[in-house]
Design a binder for this molecule. Structure first.
Ligand SMILES: Nc1ncnc2c1ncn2[C@@H]1O[C@H](COP(=O)(O)OP(=O)(O)O)[C@@H](O)[C@H]1O
Ligand SMILES: [Mg+2]
Length: 223
């Protein structure tokens, strides 16, 4: 479904140049569950940003369902992101002036289902993440785990083919972290979304159906 061919990325500053990705080849298949680990600063977030079309690579090619991604076309990028990608970060990044439901609807593409059905979908997702009672709540009154649940519902609003998760439980305590991970896996399966998850937690990494390490700019897939 997603293919990376020969992807390279270098960050240059005034005094140094750091090659983060070196001719990386990788693919994501429908309903995959891929976990990515690697030392801090090795480029995991950079890799995730490139696969999810937030950041252009310096070299190489990315195809989504066989279509070559053109990073100079904002219209094509926007269309592909809406159709394929959902994003979950360590920090839920909710908008405090909007309530829970409005946050979930923020990235919604109303053209797909129509406005009414999209709002129903958002409510259904909030029920799936256990937040039916908080639909109209003020997000600043939620716990950390509840905020991350809202961000999971938000990531799924456009029925993405892939959920990209960057340390999704990194800011949560052990117990909440396990609940959120379980929820994430269940909801992705139910929505037929693949998961590409960056984690520094070895127990979470071990759960991946495909386990990958990023080291020295190279991706190594382990059995
Ligand atoms: N926009 C940027 N400009 C310059 N350097 C960056 C930028 N983004 C990340 N880096 C550097 O690239 C390296 C990899 O960063 P990152 O992908 O965040 O690593 P990880 O997620 O594995 O901890 C780090 O050394 C970081 O400082
Ligand atoms: Mg990171």
């Amino acid at each position: 479904m997603i293919k990376l061919h020969n992807i390279s990325k270098t960050f240059k500053t005034a005094s140094s140049s750091q090659q983060i990705l070196k001719n990386v080849d990788f693919s994501v298949m429908p309903e995959d569950f891929i976990t990515i680990a690697g030392p801090s600063g090795c480029g995991k977030s950079t890799l995730l940003s490139i696969i999810s079309l937030l950041l252009p690579p310096d070299d190489g090619k990315i195809t989504y369902n066989g279509v070559n991604v053109d990073f100079s076309s904002q219209a094509q990028l926007e269309q592909m992101r809406v159709k394929y990608t959902g994003l979950i970060f360590q920090n839920p990044n909710l908008i405090s002036s909007l309530n829970v439901l409005e946050n979930v609807l923020l990235p919604a593409n109303y053209k797909k289902l129509g406005k009414k059905a999209t709002i129903e979908k958002a409510k259904k997702l909030l029920s799936d993440v256990g937040l039916s009672e908080k639909t109209n709540a003020d997000v600043s009154k939620l716990s950390g785990g509840e905020m991350q649940r809202v961000s999971i519902a938000r990531a799924l609003i456009n029925e993405p083919k892939v959920l990209f998760c960057d340390e999704p439980t990194g800011a949560l305590d052990q117990e909440t972290s396990q609940q959120i991970l379980k929820l994430l896996l269940e909801i992705a399966r139910k929505n037929k979304s693949a998961i590409v998850m960056v984690t520094h937690d070895n127990d979470i990494w071990e759960k991946g159906r495909r386990k990958v390490r990023l080291q020295g700019g190279k991706l190594i897939e382990l059995g």
